[in-house]
Design a protein. Sequence first.
Length: 277
Amino acid sequence: MALNLARPDDHAAVPALLNLLGGTGNLGAAVGARPMAEVVRHAQLLGMAAAFIESERGRQPPETLDRFGRPGATRTCSGVRVADFSALWAGPLCARLLGLAGADVVKVESVARPDGARHGNPTFYRHLHHGHGAVVLDFADRAALRAVVADADVVIESSRPRALRRLGLDAERFLAARPGRVWVSVSGYGRDDDRVAFGDDAAVAGGLVSWQPGGAGPAFLGDALADPVTGIYAARAAARSLADGGGHLVSVAMAACAAELAERAGSAGPGRGSPPC
């Protein structure tokens, strides 16, 4: 299983997790003494990103396209206006790929909560957002938020739907306002699932891991691998929606993307080796 302590709040929640598991201070020992599903259930109840291996295999498609708006003319990505509200890696990679295909991308950040990827490798961050415009807003200013999306053809976001609705950003309303629009929602387990996920644990949930020879067990294939995988799936789905006239709410689930890639690569189960990523 994977337990991702990516945020300060996750570290603060470790004593509570130990208490639920009946442990006395050693997290590894407490986790090892319990069934994986039980550990993951307790961790997720505390809002932590946790998954056991292949838990999401075959549960849902990696992306769904539901039409809530009227279709418009079929389009390529050229000249499409994209408002990117997403953060970290998966959503921004989707925006980057759409930008490389000709879209006009603007990254939108909250003045109170900037993209956490800014604290990582600055060269990678610049590469991921190269050529994009940038807007920093007070998200409490609903008029400013409405102005940002007013001219957008595509919105990309990676937030819980209820959080955006509280800010006055509603996917269904955005799609219904003008034919041909597309809303891309990136999440860990699907738009209607509140479980938290990051790239490493989402890859584990999908079984996108390397099985070591000799029964040594699974290992990560790469850093936060479900993030770039999901970014590619999301960009492909957005482009497909535009080519079909748009009007779609595109929901992309990280764990399901990892699961499909693992299935296609034949990486399920011990002894099968690493998938050819």
